[in-house]
Design a protein around this ligand. Structure first.
Ligand code: SAM
Length: 243
């Protein structure tokens, strides 16, 4: 379970409603059981339940640090994907969390087949954030990736990191596959890659991103579907860091 407070003593009270419900009601844990907690400093703790207080909706635990290697990659990875249908963006959110993404951005582009109206953004992001949380718990991540929406490609520039890339199949055709390897060999601390929709990026969108210092990279000679390309990218990074 992810907890919002830093654990700094050997006692910890689980009082976040959702976690309390899951531990006490869904899993029906009892005193003496052990649950695992990850705090915002990405540390993992074994928490032995001492008392489940049903009157006050909290659980008293005794915690000890678990010295297990982190499941996080040493590079922070942002994937920025063009908006697409609900089931696809949910799939992207779940799978990219399993594969180690730190931040997941969805953006509108010229050939996106979907647009979100401003009044539904918060609700949709809540749902995606919940999917990311569940996937992070299931994959034993130390962080929950943040899910963000930007309605203009220009706004993507607000999220630039150390190495910024755009996956462009035309670069793959021109044999520029090695640019990805070159970028990763410089061991950036953070990397962002933007992925286009099914219809691809419009040439002026690629120009815009290139001018904003996003290097076009090819991801091999086969054209992948919009949701496959980010998974290829994350898998390459996982392979590089053996994580
Ligand atoms: N319109 C393109 C076409 O028909 O040639 C295909 C676009 S592809 C389905 C969707 C997105 O995935 C692209 O915008 C790109 O970001 C990424 N992508 C897929 N395969 C790629 C590859 N081999 N190299 C680089 N990017 C790729």
């Amino acid at each position: 379970y992810f907890v919002k407070e830093i654990i700094n003593s050997n006692k910890f009270t689980i009082d976040e409603t959702e976690t309390f419900k899951h531990v006490a009601k869904v899993m029906r844990h009892k005193a003496g059981d052990v649950v695992y907690l990850v705090d915002p400093s990405e540390k993992l703790y074994a928490a032995t339940i001492e008392k489940i207080d049903l009157d006050n909706n909290n659980i008293l635990t005794k915690v000890s640090l678990v010295d297990r290697p982190s499941t996080e990659m040493p590079v922070k990875v942002t994937i920025a994907c063009s908006l697409s249908k609900k089931d696809k963006i949910e799939w992207i959110t779940q799978k990219s969390t399993e594969l180690g993404a730190t931040t997941i951005i969805f953006f509108d582009s010229k050939y996106s087949i979907m647009k979100w109206k401003q009044n539904v953004v918060a609700k949709k992001l809540d749902r995606l954030q919940e999917i990311a949380k569940n996937a992070a718990q299931q994959s034993k991540r130390r962080i929950i990736p943040q899910v963000i929406y930007v309605n203009k490609l220009q706004d993507l520039l607000n999220y630039k990191v150390e190495a910024n890339l755009v996956a462009y199949e035309e670069s793959a055709k021109q044999g520029e596959i090695s640019l990805l390897a070159q970028t990763l060999n410089q061991d950036p601390k953070s990397v962002l890659c933007a992925f286009g929709p099914e219809g691809g990026f419009a040439p002026d969108e690629i120009d815009f991103l290139n001018q904003a210092d996003f290097a076009s990279v090819g991801l091999g000679p086969r054209i992948m579907r919009a949701e496959t390309a980010p998974m290829y990218f994350l898998s390459v990074l996982s392979y590089k860091y053996e994580l």
